[in-house]
Design a protein around this ligand. Structure first.
Ligand code: ZN
Length: 389
């Protein structure tokens, strides 16, 4: 199987190169926003959208109208249209939202070069910019296909998209894990493992809130406001990095140690109506956690199964299958029928696992023999016996 993986490196541009990077990034943002605005207006008139082909053919006209665009590598601008087209099409799927305008003050512009770039020992050659120094802290794997240059505050990075082959293996089903994501903990696994959310992130989140309040008081357009914005951005990046690192380690260990993972479709559970910040934080973690598990499972030939978000996994008794209401305040599942008593999240995670196994059994027969399925079912039974007391 061919897979694509990005390798990210820090750039060390000169002052002059930095200016050009800003211009290129700004142009990419301009084109994206221009076509987004145009498409919204077009939709309001016609109830239709314009997609890649139509937009790409209008690019030369746009360049005549806005000559600063000529400073950009034209293929980079075409890539912007590609990305916009994808974002637009993705938004028709239920879990993605409509593309939004890119903002300059986020200081996170980026552009992609599909061709005409070159990598050498100490430099990346970026079309129309030249040879920019890079810190190659690890080696690339496979065949480089394209580079994406991105801004993160004051820093610039080059991500090299590489393609390489991995050896296909048969998927196993003996050791599948059910994952119940939560608010207090990141997740509860069906083998009783509890993955705690990072507690020390809270410290940075509080700091972030404080600095954001300060930012809102600074005068618009002032130097102090800019400085404060950079400060806020730094904390943002710190939080993002800590969280990413933690999620990567967690998802890696799950995929390494099990034959596959089952999760509920996200946006689940009308939880936490009053916890806006907590919600946004854990939402980010959940969807990123899912994304990582999904691609890591794919790359390692493990199962990754998503079950219906409306399945009553918290309400169903693991032992007898009866259903009762389970308000969030109830942390223990006490069954009124079979008198089983089990931790709420653990009960849910095992139910998730069972639903996932059913799904493998009915849908994905390829690679599983009847005997494999039987072993899976009996393992679940054993688990039930030892967990319910
Ligand atoms: Zn029961």
């Amino acid at each position: 199987m061919l897979i694509q993986k990005g390798f990210k490196y820090r750039l060390k541009p000169t002052k002059e190169q930095k200016q050009k990077l800003l211009q290129h990034g700004g142009n990419a943002r301009f084109v994206y926003n221009y076509f987004l605005k145009q498409n919204i207006d077009y939709y309001n008139k016609t109830k239709k959208f314009k997609f890649y082909y139509e937009l790409a053919t209008s690019l030369p006209k746009l360049k005549r109208e806005f000559p600063f665009l000529k400073e950009s590598f034209s293929q980079s601008l075409q890539m912007v249209i590609c990305q916009f087209d994808k974002a637009l099409k993705d938004s028709f799927k239920k879990e993605k939202s409509f593309p939004s305008f890119k903002k300059k003050h986020f200081l996170n512009d980026s552009f992609t070069c599909p061709q005409k770039w070159r990598l050498s020992k100490g430099f990346v050659f970026i079309p129309k910019i030249g040879e920019v120094k890079w810190i190659k802290h690890r080696s690339l794997k496979g065949k480089p296909k394209s580079i994406t240059i991105s801004q993160d505050g004051n820093n610039w990075y080059c991500s090299v998209l590489c393609e390489y082959k991995i050896k296909e293996q048969e998927k196993q089903t003996d050791n599948i894990i059910g994952i119940d994501v939560g608010l207090t903990e990141l997740a509860t696994l069906s083998d009783k493992t509890v993955i705690n959310n990072l507690k020390y992130l809270k410290k940075y989140e509080d700091k972030l809130a404080k600095e954001q309040r300060r930012l809102s008081k600074k005068q618009k357009g002032s130097k102090n406001r800019f400085k404060q914005r950079m400060k806020v951005r730094k904390i943002h990046t710190k939080i993002k990095n800590i969280r990413q690192d933690f999620l990567h380690k967690t998802s890696y260990s799950i995929i390494k140690n099990y034959d596959g993972a089952v999760m509920e479709d996200l946006n689940v559970k009308g939880m936490m109506k009053n916890h806006h910040l907590a919600k946004s934080m854990s939402d980010v973690s959940w969807s990123e956690f899912r994304r990582q598990l999904e691609y890591k499972a794919k790359w390692n030939f493990k199962h990754f199964i998503i079950i219906d978000r409306f399945a009553p996994t918290s309400k169903t008794c693991l032992n007898c299958g009866c259903i009762q209401d389970m308000p969030l305040s109830k942390r223990q599942y006490n069954c009124p029928f079979c008198s089983a008593s089990i931790d709420r999240d653990l009960n849910a995670s095992i139910n998730i696992k069972i639903l996932g196994l059913n799904k493998i059994n009915t849908e994905g027969r390829s690679g599983i023999n009847a005997c494999g399925v039987e072993t899976v079912v009996s393992t679940v039974k054993q688990e039930k016996e030892c967990l319910v007391n």
